[in-house]
Design a protein around this ligand. Structure first.
Ligand code: NAP
Length: 252
C-alpha cells in the first residue's frame, strides 16, 4: 500500500480489461480516484467503475479514442470540469492490426502510430496543465516489440519504439517541473490483444518453460509496478522502463 497516493486523480487509458483494468483497480485500492477510459467497450468500462465503487473508491468511465486528438481534448475537458486536476496519467491503451510488417498499409501505420505512440505526447500536453500540485506521474506501457522482432506484431513494434523514445524525451523535459515519467516493459500476458497476434498462444506456452519464475505475466503484476512508480518510493526513477517478465528476457 502507498498511503501517499490516497486522494490523487488518475487517468488510465484502455481500462476496460487486461492490464488497464488491473492498473485502475490497484490504483483505486490505494485511494486514487480513477478515470476508466475506453474506446468501444462501454459496458465493460461501467463494470470496472462499479467494481471500484464496490471497493469504496471513486471512478468515472470516459469514452475517448486515444488516437484522435479531438477525442482526447473532449476527455481532458471533462476531467478538468469534474476534478480540475490530474496527478497520474497511465498511457496503457494501444491499438494495432496484427500481421506481417510487409502487409501493413500506410493507413494501418498511421492509425497504429497515432493510438499507440503519438497518444502519449498528445495526452501529456493536455495532462501537464492539470498537474499543478507539485506532483505528477506519467507512466507508459511497452513490450519487447520496441526492441525485438515479435512475429505478427505488425507496426506495433515501431509504435512501441517511438513510445519508448517519447517516454524518455518527456522525462527529460518534464523532470524540472516535478513531473516524473517512466514506463513498464511488460512480458507476454494472456490478454485479448495478445491473443490476436498470430501464433501468440503457442509463444505463451513456450514462454512458461523459459521463464525462471515459471509462469507468464498476469495483469496484476503490471498493476503493482505501476502503483510503485506512482508512489514516492520511486521518486528518483526517471525516464526508465521497469521490466516485468518473470525473467523471460534473461534466457536466450
Ligand atoms: N498483453 C501483453 O502480452 C502485453 C505485453 C506487453 C505490453 N502490452 C501492452 O499493454 C497495454 C495493454 O494491453 P492489454 O494486453 O491489456 O490489451 P487488452 O486486454 O486487449 O485491452 C486493450 C484496452 O485498450 C483499449 N483501447 C484499444 N484501442 C483504444 C483506443 N484507440 N483508445 C482508447 N482505448 C483503446 C481497449 O478498449 P476498447 O475495447 O473500448 O477499445 C481495452 O480497454 C498495451 O499498450 C499493450 O501493447 C501488452
Amino acid at each position: 500500500m502507498y498511503p501517499e497516493l490516497a486522494g490523487k486523480h488518475a487517468l488510465v487509458t484502455g481500462a476496460t480489461r487486461g492490464f488497464g483494468k488491473a492498473i485502475a483497480l490497484n490504483l483505486a485500492r490505494q485511494g486514487v480516484k480513477v478515470v476508466v477510459n475506453f474506446r468501444r467497450s462501454m459496458t465493460e468500462a461501467d463494470s470496472v467503475v462499479d467494481e471500484i465503487k464496490g471497493l469504496g473508491g471513486e471512478a468515472i468511465a470516459m469514452r475517448a479514442d486515444v488516437g484522435k486528438i479531438a477525442s482526447l481534448e473532449g476527455m481532458f475537458a471533462t476531467i478538468k470540469e469534474e476534478w480540475g486536476q490530474l496527478d497520474i496519467l497511465v498511457a496503457n491503451a494501444a491499438f494495432g492490426v496484427p500481421g506481417n510488417l510487409m502487409e501493413a498499409t500506410p493507413k494501418y501505420w498511421d492509425i497504429t502510430l497515432a493510438a499507440s505512440a503519438r497518444s502519449l505526447l498528445d495526452m501529456s500536453k493536455l495532462a501537464v496543465p492539470l498537474m499543478n500540485n507539485n506532483y505528477g506521474r506519467i507512466i507508459s506501457i511497452t513490450s519487447d516489440g520496441g526492441q525485438l522482432v515479435i512475429p505478427g506484431y505488425g507496426v506495433v513494434g515501431a509504435a512501441k519504439a517511438a513510445l519508448e523514445s517519447v517516454t524518455r524525451g518527456l522525462a527529460y523535459e518534464l523532470g524540472p517541473k516535478g513531473i516524473v515519467v517512466n514506463g513498464v516493459l511488460a512480458g507476454l500476458a494472456n490478454t485479448k490483444s495478445a491473443r490476436s497476434i498470430p501464433g501468440a498462444v503457442d509463444v505463451m506456452d513456450h514462454a512458461k518453460f523459459h521463464t525462471p519464475l515459471g509462469r507468464i505475466v498476469e495483469p496484476e503484476d503490471i498493476a503493482k509496478v505501476v502503483a510503485f512508480l506512482a508512489s514516492e518510493q520511486a521518486d528518483m526513477i526517471c525516464g526508465h522502463f521497469v521490466t516485468v517478465d518473470g525473467g523471460r528476457n534473461i534466457v536466450g
